[in-house]
Design a protein around this ligand. Structure first.
Ligand code: GTP
Ligand code: SPV
Ligand code: MN
Length: 597
């Protein structure tokens, strides 16, 4: 597929180390993909699902100890520890390469090495960047064919240039104690070993499009962010674009595919999806605005909780050409199921099989021990094609991207953060992003429900020093002439009984409309110590049962005491990030403390 000597000599070197039986180039054709699906079914790596109900859909189960990203085993290997900063795990590159070499040596013996040339972003766009992933997993190949743009045109566009991201993945023995997800930003290199789970092995996604890309973005003057991108269409046909950064499993896919509440739908409001996980942002020289593209070509979404009511667009997208990972299986109908899909889980007499591959009885489900008692793993996922999404934006394949009107940060906070507030400007907005906090979820291995600081939802994904990353945000603010306004949302405030107060999902549209009205200068707000908060009556709650102006007051209230308590934790976190924290961020923190009194 290429004569590029940089590509060929790197592949030779990796093959000499991993020793595969053969090397196969992935060309992006349907014939080749179909042959690989057949092969994977013959070995049990995939199960082909009911062709009538779920055409071209497959089920895959990963190893039981390999079901989420492993942040503790993820490394940024810059020459100095200071470049990686205190938030990332760091090992000196020479030492890490030596350690990895041992794990990769002979790891592909008896296997095939697949060469996947892929583009993040539309080939031919200024945003696009090329990667090549070498892997010994057909599952990875088939997922990359959905999630990225693969084919001969990628190699043609690379030509004889050395400018591509090298990715080496081997399942090796899936040994959790020797699992490593490593990044060498200065070498444009990613090496992943002993895992078969999505975010650890689909190297175009978190490894390239966030960790390596954030490093490149700083160097080259653009941004790579853990953000969805959506277009909100008004009845007059106007479309405004919003990006939003929420931590893993905190609602990006859901917001990106939002269906407006009935009263708005009737008037002609629509939401269009540009991206559900990653945004690459660049300043457009013509109008001085920030433009966003989604570098991915598919969605790797959380299955549990996806249903006809919460996210009908995602559900519709997954009804064909989809790979399901670690969901529950119904042997009788040869279909899949997950918690929150409907009230009809497969029964033992249907041949129900849980995500571990064991016979499963739905009556054993215990909310307190989901991992061991649920049919689908809480981080089970679907890999599905953007082009099958009913609400895909007409701008999805745009070369220049979409202009961003508002940037939203958000997380899971039971108490502190109000439903929505607006920052005082770009610098304060950067501060708001830097102090984001959220309860941990099943998307990463480790404890669930613990509040931790997750700046810009990028804590696990910044490929360099967190303090320098904040500085880059500030620097971008000086370059963007027509800046988006920055907001913060929290869909997850709970009452005394622990129930969510805000209905969320489609009704989040009501908050987006306030945000865009602020951007258009159409609505007033109340100035509080943390930022501008809506007047309760300015969020349209028409048709929302159970929500009164009183509820809105409660959702929008700023509890000064809990903010004061948070300040100590923010200081501790800033100190942990260390001496690269920009002075402006400390000033913003001091100003907040002062405003809180
Ligand atoms: P990643 O793919 O891990 O980056 O996750 P994501 O940010 O795309 O999260 P996703 O949209 O898949 O939502 C994760 C979980 O949050 C699901 O269980 C949803 O049901 C739940 N969720 C999403 N939006 C809302 C909301 O507005 N309110 C409530 N209460 N839950 C929500
Ligand atoms: C996330 O965890 O933020 C995801 C899934 O989007 S993964 O690809 O595993 O990172
Ligand atoms: Mn994500």
């Amino acid at each position: 597929m290429t004569n590029n000597k940089f590509v060929l000599s790197w592949i030779d070197e990796m093959a000499a180390m991993t020793k595969p039986d053969k090397i196969v180039w992935i060309d992006g054709t349907e014939e080749q993909a179909e042959a690989l699906r057949r092969e994977a079914c013959s070995t049990g790596e995939l199960i082909k699902l009911n062709e009538e109900l779920l055409p071209n859909c497959y089920l895959h189960r990963t190893a039981v100890n390999d079901v989420a990203r492993v942040e503790g085993r993820t490394f940024i290997c810059t020459p100095t520890k200071e470049e990686a900063g205190n938030i990332n795990n760091w090992v000196e590159p020479g030492e890490m390469y030596a350690k990895l070499k041992k794990l990769y040596t002979g790891s592909m013996k008896g296997r095939t090495m697949y060469v996947i040339p892929y583009s993040m972003g539309v080939v031919g766009s200024d945003f696009a960047k090329i990667g090549i992933e070498l892997t010994d997993s057909i599952y990875v190949v088939l997922n990359m064919l959905i999630m990225t743009r693969v084919g001969q045109n990628v190699m043609d566009s690379l030509g004889d240039s050395p400018d591509f991201i090298k990715g080496l993945h081997s399942k090796a023995t899936l040994d959790a104690d020797n699992r490593y997800i490593t990044h060498f930003p200065q070498d444009n290199t990613i090496m992943s070993v002993n895992s078969g789970y999505g975010g650890n092995v689909l190297l175009g996604k978190k490894c390239f499009a966030l960790r390596i890309a954030s490093y490149l973005g700083r160097k080259e003057g653009w941004m790579a962010e853990h953000m969805l991108i959506l277009g909100l269409e008004y009845p007059n046909g106007d479309i405004k674009y919003i990006t939003a950064a929420f931590p893993s499993a905190c609602g990006k896919t859901n917001l990106a595919m939002l269906i407006p509440p009935e009263i708005f739908k009737k008037k002609g409001y629509k939401v269009w999806t540009v991206g559900d996980d990653i945004a690459w942002l660049r300043v457009n020289k013509e109008d001085g605005r920030l433009y966003a593209v989604n570098p991915e070509n598919g969605f790797f979404g959380v299955a549990p909780g996806t249903n006809e009511k919460s996210n009908p667009n995602a559900l519709a997208t997954t009804r064909r050409d989809t790979i399901f990972t670690n969901v529950c299986y119904n042997a009788r109908t040869n279909t899949v199921w997950w918690e929150g899909l409907d009230n009809n889980p497969p029964k033992p007499e249907d041949g129900a099989v849980n995500w571990k591959g064991e016979p499963w009885d739905y009556r054993s489900y215990d909310k307190a021990d989901k991992i061991n008692t649920s049919g689908a793993h809480p981080n089970s996922r679907f890999t599905t094609m953007a082009k099958n999404c009913p609400c895909l934006s007409a701008e999805f394949n745009s070369l220049k991207g979409v202009p961003v009107t508002a940037i939203i940060f958000g997380g899971r906070r039971a108490k502190t953060a109000p439903l929505v507030y607006q920052s005082f400007g770009w610098q304060h907005g950067t501060f708001v992003g830097s102090i984001m906090a959220s309860e941990t979820t099943a998307a990463a291995a480790g404890a669930i429900g613990v509040v931790r600081r997750d700046p810009m939802a990028m804590r696990p994904f910044v490929g360099y020093n967190m303090g320098d990353y904040w500085q880059h945000w500030l620097d971008m603010g000086h370059v963007i002439k027509n800046k988006p306004l920055i907001f913060h949302v929290n869909w997850f405030r709970t009452d005394d009984k622990g129930n969510f107060i805000w209905p969320g999902f489609g009704d989040n549209m009501r908050v987006l409309l306030w945000i865009l009205a602020r951007c258009a200068g159409e609505v007033d707000a109340v100035k509080t110590p943390i930022g501008y908060v809506p007047k309760p009556e300015d969020i349209n709650i028409e048709g929302l049962r159970g929500i009164t102006t009183e509820t809105m007051k409660n959702l929008l209230s700023v509890d000064v005491e809990s903010w004061k308590a948070d300040i100590a934790n923010i200081k501790e976190f800033y100190n942990q990030v260390g001496d690269h924290v920009p002075a402006e961020m400390w000033q913003e923190l001091a100003a907040l403390e002062k405003r809180l009194g």
